[in-house]
Design a protein around this ligand. Structure first.
Ligand code: FES
Ligand SMILES: [Fe+2]
Length: 341
């Protein structure tokens, strides 16, 4: 029998699951209601639940006794009781009770992996770390989400592809002119362009040289203890009052072939203009945006998972090349830091 040995480089292995020590959005807020839920994200199966005060907690969905899913258990405030033998685990990973064998060594041990949770902007965010962290850094999101001058809608989807293709897609503004050329907002502008990279304090901007405010003309990559992308698309007059339409995007790995995409659709609008925009968005614009996003999804899902091993890149791809290099560098640093490289 022919046995094929596949050796996966540690950097690739880390990147395929997602970089550690970063915040990631994992789901919209309404995924977690009155029962625990189980989600796979960045290489873990995670149990999430709300306590009586509405606060969300997260533990690896693996009971420290024998690995049963804690998410099938019962909520006891900041603890979950495992359905299999009743072991109780607190949100910081500590086993608080072993009802079948009181006083055993497992009681009091910090035996489960816990994740820090932050809920904001209509989503639940987790800090991805493979060990307990006492105090994670506080992440910052771009002003389109944090400033009261803006209003936003979160759009969530799961795409059957490696999360890195979904990132590449956002770092590739030029596809707007072609893939989305029929859309209401991306029909204008030159179909040829030269791109440039501009450094920022938080990352870099990949932009068309000489065209701005016409089409999907630039994407920004940002690192603020969370990785996000920002872009703007000018609205036609039919898009209602307000300035450009901005998108803040995050992509979270679920498995090697599945990812969660978060697109916050934002507009700088206040007062009656905000109400008008929100009304228009719900009634007319949202369906159009979904059509565009579906074009992206179909394209991503139809690409072979190893498509990036046979590419012939050109000038429009320097943004994603730069980002891939950056992510590899961060992965190498993480492995060096953990002594695994
Ligand atoms: S496996 Fe959870 S209590 Fe036994
Ligand atoms: Fe797109």
């Amino acid at each position: 029998m022919h046995v094929q040995t596949i050796s996966i480089n540690p950097v690739d292995r880390l990147l395929s699951k997602g970089l550690q020590n970063l915040w990631y959005p994992v789901c919209p807020s309404d995924f977690v209601q009155d029962k625990p839920v189980s989600l796979r994200r960045f290489g873990y199966k995670i149990a999430l639940w709300r306590d009586a005060a509405g606060q969300v907690h997260a533990l690896e969905d693996h009971c420290p006794h024998r690995g049963a899913p804690l998410s099938q258990g019962v909520i006891l405030g900041d603890r979950l009781a495992c359905p299999y033998h009743g072991v109780e685990v607190r949100c910081d990973g500590t086993v608080t009770k072993v009802p079948g064998s009181p006083g055993c060594k497992l009681e009091g041990a910090r035996a489960a992996l816990d994740f820090h949770v932050h809920e904001a902007h209509g989503a639940i965010f987790l800090f991805n770390s493979d060990t307990h962290v006492d105090a994670p850094p506080a992440f910052r999101m771009p002003e389109e989400l944090t400033s009261p001058e803006y209003s936003n809608f979160l759009c969530y989807a799961e795409w059957r592809t490696d999360y890195r293709y979904a990132i590449d897609n956002v770092m590739d503004p030029m596809h707007g002119t072609f893939l989305h050329k029929q859309s209401h907002s991306m029909a204008d502008g030159d179909s040829k362009a030269t791109f440039q990279v501009r450094e920022t304090d938080l990352g870099f901007v990949f932009e068309k040289a000489g065209q701005r405010g016409v089409n999907f003309d630039w994407t920004e990559w940002g690192e603020t203890d969370m990785h996000w992308m920002r872009l703007e698309i000018p609205y036609p007059k039919t898009g209602g009052p307000g300035g450009n339409f901005a998108i803040i995007a995050c992509v979270t790995p679920i498995s090697p072939e599945l990812c969660a995409v978060f697109f916050w659709r934002c507009r700088r609008v206040q007062g009656w203009m905000r109400d008008t925009w929100r009304f228009l968005y719900r009634n007319r614009l949202e369906a159009r945006h979904w059509t565009v996003l579906e074009q992206d999804r179909v394209m991503m899902e139809q690409m072979e998972l190893d498509a990036n091993e046979r590419e012939n890149l050109y000038q429009h791809d320097i943004g994603l090349v730069r980002l891939r290099r950056r992510l590899r560098r961060l992965a190498e640093e993480q492995l060096e830091g953990s002594g695994a490289a």
